[in-house]
Design a protein around this ligand. Structure first.
Ligand SMILES: Nc1nc2c(ncn2[C@@H]2O[C@H](COP(=O)(O)OP(=O)(O)OP(=O)(O)O)[C@@H](O)[C@H]2O)c(=O)[nH]1
Ligand SMILES: [Zn+2]
Length: 293
């Protein structure tokens, strides 16, 4: 039996990559019976039938999996965020960061449209950049017709499986076109009448770029937030997670508990107040959520 990775799924076939070639495979019936379904990104065992056909026999355990687009084993997300049009917004940024952390996907923040900043807005943004870097996030700044972007992204993409994420209009398609020029995505036309992104019906494919793999369809939305539990939230704020080991109570939610290390760090300025406010707001949303059965 051979082992490979599903790079593409189309019309009931899974295209398994091994040794530079794609084997067109069918899933075994047992998957359907067990309610298991192979995903793009899965490492699988398969048997070959003929030259370039085969059957998937086993799916290896996944590191993580996404629903939209359906894809497994993602290392990192290029979280595309514009500094203007739409305006930079820390609460939305934090919402995306929390979602990515909860899926155990490393966020790389790509700040786009830097060319649209004015002198007045430049300084404020640089303060945020410094603060998010202090938390430990990697940040790439980019602007219109950025010729250096590809070279700067190369070391980040190398050896990793990446997906793009971010709200509408921030420049995800523009970035995908820079990375995968053969894809030729249409940019800048938001389909108002349909009220949804223009790539919703595309299938997903992992494409080799800069020595890594990149999903050709953006994933993650801030709505994926709905699956996070209250106990999980601290671990989605890395600077809180580090400090919370010193909270007096295990499972401290950093609200009204005594001897809370996170609240002390807030007072000393080690934790930014807007990060704590967003934490409080997200926690409240989780607490207010109707239980799902
Ligand atoms: N000035 C400037 N404009 C940019 C930059 N990046 C993208 N744009 C423009 O922003 C608009 C939206 O870009 P897209 O790449 O379509 O954004 P998207 O994130 O794919 O949007 P959806 O497909 O709706 O999710 C387009 O008109 C782009 O030309 C940039 O760095 N600077
Ligand atoms: Zn605490």
């Amino acid at each position: 039996m051979a082992q490979g990775q599903i790079r593409k799924a189309l019309s009931g076939y899974y295209y398994v990559f091994q040794d530079g070639e794609l084997i067109q495979c069918r899933g075994r019936g047992v998957f359907r019976n067990r309610g298991e379904s192979p995903l793009v990104g899965d490492i699988v065992d398969y048997t070959k039938e003929g030259e370039s056909d085969g059957y998937i026999m086993k799916i290896h355990p996944r590191k993580n999996e996404l629903i939209r687009p359906p894809i497994a084993n993602i290392d990192q997300a290029l979280l595309v965020f514009s500094v203007k049009e739409p305006d930079f917004n820390t609460i939305l940024l934090d919402r995306f960061l929390v979602v990515l952390e909860s899926f155990q996907v490393k966020p790389i923040i790509c700040l786009t449209k830097m060319d649209l900043l004015t002198e007045a807005t430049q300084q404020q943004l640089q303060n945020y950049v410094t603060q998010y870097k202090e938390i430990g996030y990697e940040i790439i700044e980019t602007y219109k017709d950025d010729q250096t972007l590809l070279d700067r992204l190369k070391p980040i993409l190398e050896g990793k499986t990446s997906v793009l994420a971010g709200q509408s209009g921030v420049g995800k398609s523009t970035l995908l076109n820079t990375l995968l020029p053969n894809l030729n995505l249409q940019t800048g036309v938001i389909s108002q009448s349909l009220g949804r992104g223009k790539h919703t019906t595309r299938h997903v494919e992992l494409i080799e770029v800069c020595g890594g793999l990149l999903a050709d369809t953006p994933g993650f939305s801030s709505f994926d937030f709905d699956t996070i539990e209250k106990e999980e939230l601290t671990s989605c704020f890395p600077e809180f997670a580090r400090i919370s080991e010193d909270c007096k109570f295990r499972g401290c939610l950093h609200m009204k508990e005594p001897k809370c290390a996170v609240k002390s760090a807030l007072e000393t300025g080690e934790i930014q107040s807007y990060r704590y406010e967003h934490y409080q707001q997200f926690l409240q949303e989780i607490l207010d959520r109707k239980p799902r059965y």
